[in-house]
Design a protein around this ligand. Sequence first.
Ligand code: ADP
Ligand code: MG
Ligand code: ZN
Length: 641
Amino acid sequence: MRFELQANCPTLDIIDYFDGIMTKHDILKQYFGHDAFRPGQEELIDGILGGRDVLGIMPTGGGKSMCYQIPAMLTEGITLVISPLISLMKDQVMALKNVGVGAAYINSTLTFEQLKTVYRRIGEGAYKIIYAAPERLTADGFLSVMRGAKISLLAVDEAHCISQWGQDFRPSYLKITEFLALLPSRPVVAAYTATATESVRQDIVRILGLRDPYTVVTGFDRPNLSFSVEKPKNKTGRLLDFIRARGDKSGIVYCATRGAVDKVYEKLREEGIPSARYHAGMEDSERAAEQDDFGYDRKTVMVATNAFGMGIDKSNIGWVVHYNMPKSVEAYYQEAGRAGRDGSRAECVLFFSPGDVTTARFLIENGSENEELTPEERAMVTAADMARLDAMVGYCKTTDCLRGYILDYFGQPHEEKCGNCSNCTDEFADVDITTEAQMILSCVKRVRNHLGYFVGVSLIVGVLRGANTGRIRELGLNEVSTYGLMSTTKADGVRDIIDFLIREGYLGINEEYQTLIHGPRAAEVLFHGAFVTMPVRIVSYEEPGEKTKKKEKVPQAFTSDVPEELMKRLKTERRRFAEEEGVPLYVIFSNAALEDMARRRPRTKAEFLDVSGVGSVKAEKYGKAFLQAISEWEEKSAEPL
Ligand code: ADP
Ligand code: MG
Ligand code: ZN
């Protein structure tokens, strides 16, 4: 694939933007093919057009790009977009050019000749939108060109990169402020992020020097995503079943460590699943090739650590599986949120095992290499990380609505049940655990009486299961009367019950010593004969290797309501164009657009324009081929048998 330096505007004339003929709705429809704005988009666009700085806080996939691309096309002069990732720039520029907007990017991948051409064409007014890497901003050549150009809007994408408190601090983002000061006149500045934390938001406003920014925080809910937590006994086997049930849908598998990535990747390859791999231990070139293979749908599955992250712009990701639990709900929501950006239904699944908690703790305790921090600061950061980890563990263990749990975390009100997460849709059976509760509560009491102090959860679990460890023998806990009472229950099972008893107030945790103590309701069970029931999930998927008759319910999105044959034809057309133009599939049409096309089955150009995701340039370029594919399919399927 080669980078085309010329702006190509096949059918629409740039002059259209300036004479007031087009409104923001026209642009949305004619260029991008969408009928309505998403929450927050209109307000942010209006703010910019009114000459005001803006700060847009929208979730991943919320549609932030449109909030600077549309104003760029409605104002005179150039919009300069600062973006942290080079691969993302290339894709965005290709997508813009493909709908007829003059765009270019400036980063380290351009040759000197290419750079010169871009600079020359800036002078000729060829571009409405220019993407630049932050490192470029203070380079002499760049500065002198930009000082001579008319920049009407400076858009800072992924603006949280400017804050040291964010997870993705990039010192080069600080150059933005310097750059602004060197321009002959200050453009409107717009900043966008998906970060929810208040301190990061404040940093963005302060460091960028936003002037009384019009701030829009949209809802963090992503209704098209379903959430589930699974506790598979055999994660790899379960993952294989999961991927196979989803056919050729693209997906990401996130693992906690490089080692886990390599292991899962090898396994998937052995099983013939076209997979790519990405982690910080690989060569740059190999990583880039793998990312490309995934981006261009040559490989369906990406196995990665969280290094495969911000700025992945692939919009047709159908599922994200977390093979290990991440370290925080923020990280989880950001990573899981990479599914379903085109608005079609997508699945976010987390495979939880208690070992993940240990790994995460280890990574937090050993991960803080930031040399700039004093020991006190480091201790604070670690404590904050641990608190975030606890919230994440809470997500894995709650039996309440998972979406509700996430929205609570981001401080957003919500319905009690979403109906689209495993806790809302799984069936639970109330199981009588009165006997187990009595055993556990009295074990806590006996151990306390024996030693004179309370102990942690693991030791209690060990005593109940009759573990024969040195520690237990040393403390003489093999002599207390509750020793071995639950020897037939698995350790995880005992822990699950203990977690439940903590949540319900029968047990508690002493914060200072991290010991298991009685809760306010302990007496109900110990002395008043109360019954205790616990909701136990009826697993909705088949454990690999177990011969149950239960068949996994694959959500609607994957058993689509449109004819399969027709979708195949449309996808073939899309692939043909993508290969011809050397762009990723979704730059031609998103899956959501193809599905809408198959549902509507347009017969005319005008009807084709009604398809979501089809604007005039795309209709002009691809209309004929797709209309023909549809009509051929209709003729064929109408043939008498
Ligand atoms: P973000 O940067 O907020 O994560 P993007 O700007 O990458 O999100 O947009 C995600 C997807 O949403 C893209 O595929 C884009 O085409 C689509 N999109 C944006 N705005 C709209 C809209 N108003 N209607 C339909 N789809 C939209
Ligand atoms: Mg974005
Ligand atoms: Zn729910």
